[in-house]
Write a protein that binds this ligand. Structure first.
Ligand code: ADP
Ligand code: MG
Length: 295
């Protein structure tokens, strides 16, 4: 029997690390062994270091791949968000959302506010938190989503496409209201929303108030049906501030740009009894449309 020498043991370890596909531990092995020989660390510390390094390499790779699959346009973080610039925004509320309980509860988070106030940044940052926590995330702008669904419908694959979009435990739909939805688009979006209703969480961002959804989706009936589902288990966060993009140039802007009052346009006039007072439930914030929405 061949005696087990220290060097053949190291060869064994090397062989096992290759077999186990642990490239980072393999790369670090020689330096770690040297540090043991020099008495800088003991065996347990060495094992701990090698495994921790390997794990963090795997974690980073997983996150990178999951971020790519989530199709985030850019990576933004909560740490990179300057809450002092947006005093209307309750930092604690956003940090509570970062705990991701809303995903388990299949809730809908609405981020409302004028352009440049950080809606997409916050939606992306929450999506990044979800990816880090191992959740499947998908990010898409509403206009692109409608194109995707319309194409699937034409090709007879709408069911599969909706099923695919239901697999993500968090679906972010960005930029509701920037462009009018193409005819039939509201209907397609409704089918997706209905399929995810009470099953999967969503984050929606919009620069328009709920009262304007009839215009955005080209039909008050579709808008009401959408809002019925999207406001049932919902958190509405309204940002009322100025654009971060234009922060260095505010002196050159007209007053209505600086005060940023786009979202709070008045709801359409109604005949009959005056509308009841709108709720300001602390969880839901103030809604620019009666809640629950009229049927
Ligand atoms: P919106 O979606 O509301 O139009 P964005 O989230 O795209 O605005 O923000 C515009 C740009 O300004 C982005 O680059 C974003 O990262 C940045 N930004 C917005 N608000 C903040 C903030 N409070 N702190 C740091 N960066 C911000
Ligand atoms: Mg945006």
């Amino acid at each position: 029997m061949t005696p087990v020498t220290p060097s053949s043991r190291v060869d064994n370890i090397r062989h096992s690390l290759v077999g186990l596909k642990m490239p980072r531990a393999l790369e670090m092995l020689d330096a770690t062994l040297r540090r043991i020989e020099q008495g800088q660390i003991d065996g347990i510390e060495a094992l701990d270091e090698l495994l921790t390094e390997e794990l963090s390499l795997r974690e980073n790779r997983r996150i990178k791949a999951a971020l790519r699959m989530a199709r985030l346009p850019v990576v933004k973080t909560l740490a990179g968000f300057d809450f002092t610039f947006q005093p209307s925004l309750d930092r604690n509320r956003i940090m509570a959302l970062a705990g991701l309980d809303f995903i388990a509860r299949a809730e809908v988070i609405h981020l409302l506010g004028p352009p440049g106030t950080g809606k997409s940044h916050l939606a992306t940052a929450l999506a990044v938190e979800a990816v880090r926590a191992g959740r499947l995330v998908y990010f898409i702008a509403l206009a692109d989503l409608v194109v995707l669904l319309a194409k699937a419908e034409r090709e007879g694959t709408l069911r599969e496409r909706i099923r695919f979009l239901c697999r993500a435990s968090l679906l972010v739909v960005d930029e509701i209201g920037y462009l009018p939805v193409t005819p039939g688009g509201g209907n397609l979006f409704f089918q997706l929303v209905n399929a995810r209703y009470e099953k999967g969480a969503m984050i929606l961002t919009s620069n328009r108030g709920f009262a304007e959804w009839g215009d955005i989706f080209g039909s008050p009936v579709v808008a009401t049906a959408l809002l019925d589902r999207l406001l049932h288990h919902a958190v509405v966060i309204q940002i009322e501030g100025s654009s971060y993009r234009m922060r260095e140039h505010t002196a050159f802007l007209p007053e209505n740009f600086r005060t940023n009052t786009v979202v709070n346009s008045p709801p359409p006039k109604r005949r009959g009894r005056p509308p009841t007072k709108q709720p300001t439930d602390p969880q839901y914030g103030s809604l620019s449309m009666p809640y629950p929405p009229p049927t």
